[in-house]
Design a protein around this ligand. Structure first.
Ligand SMILES: C[S@@+](CC[C@H](N)C(=O)[O-])C[C@H]1O[C@@H](n2cnc3c(N)ncnc32)[C@H](O)[C@@H]1O
Length: 263
């Protein structure tokens, strides 16, 4: 099960599941980063535009470009209200389709652990951002137990399965992120731990939102029908619900930022 590639091929399903989580974490990330208005941004691995939307709503950017390898995600992003001026393009973090020094800020929101060579991804961000500009990222602390899908993954592990992880999950640990930024030669490196919380009206709401996308969908599709019923019952028991059945739990991400040298 762990060998399966994680696909992002359904922007709407992503929105209901990870898109909401992304925006909850993204708001705290931007409160911490507090970027100046009027910057030229590139959103790398912009996906279905969940974080791009926050950039537009909260950062008064001069310009935003978004790149992602997934055409269906980009299609959803292009249809979001308020993103008509964003330039979306298919592309890879390790070979950005931009000239040097074109942006004031580059961001990877929940992306760095998917990039096959994270150091190459960081060096590409540094290349396209002007001296003195911002190179920043945040990612779920999966190995620290902070992944929003951790309850489902824990139940899969308990059932004897090995749920798929992004190829570079360890890079999202705080020490690893800091080392990646420092070793790349970025200056004024700072880190921040993000803790967020999300509520679901009941177990069905939780299940529908969190099982239709990303790594979880193919993992659950492999469970035999009879096993699935047991799995759901165990998962329901694992989740914290209040008297009305409302489920609320936290997730954690790590954030890092630095400045391109030479200003
Ligand atoms: C968890 S989603 C994050 C999407 C969006 N940034 C957000 O905050 O909701 C991860 C995204 O990384 C993209 N991705 C995977 N590998 C990538 C790569 N090598 N370069 C750029 N993006 C990549 C995926 O297509 C997916 O859209």
């Amino acid at each position: 099960m762990s060998q399966q590639p994680i696909r992002f091929d359904d922007g709407a399903a992503y929105e209901r599941g990870m898109g909401v989580w992304s925006q909850i974490a993204g708001m705290e990330f931007l409160d911490w980063l507090a970027p100046a208005p009027g910057l030229r941004w590139v959103d790398i691995g912009c996906g279905n535009g969940a974080f791009t939307e926050l950039l537009m709503r909260r950062c008064a950017p001069a310009m935003v470009h978004g790149i992602d390898p997934s055409a269906p995600q980009l299609q959803f992003a292009s249809g979001r209200p308020g993103l008509q001026t964003v330039v979306f393009k298919e592309g890879d973090a390790m070979a950005l389709p931009f000239d040097a020094d074109q942006f004031d800020a580059a961001v990877m929101a929940l992306v760095i652990f998917f990039v096959p060579d994270p150091a190459k991804g960081v060096s590409e961000m540094m290349r396209v951002v002007r001296p003195g500009g911002i190179v920043t990222a945040y990612a779920w602390d999966i190995l620290g137990g902070g992944f929003p899908f951790e309850p489902i993954q824990a139940e899969l592990r308990a059932a004897g399965y090995n749920p798929p992880l992004p190829p570079n999950a360890p890079v999202a640990r705080m020490d690893a992120l800091r080392a990646l930024w420092v070793d790349a030669g970025l200056e004024s490196v700072e880190t921040h731990a993000i803790t967020v919380e999300r509520s679901f009206t009941d177990f069905e709401d939780y299940w529908d939102a969190n099982t239709a996308m990303g790594s979880i969908k193919p993992a659950l599709a492999k469970l035999p029908e009879a096993e699935l019923a047991t799995f759901k019952a165990r998962l329901r028991a694992r989740l914290p619900a209040d008297a009305a059945g409302r489920i609320t739990y936290p997730s954690r991400a790590n954030a890092v930022t630095g400045r391109v040298p030479g200003a």
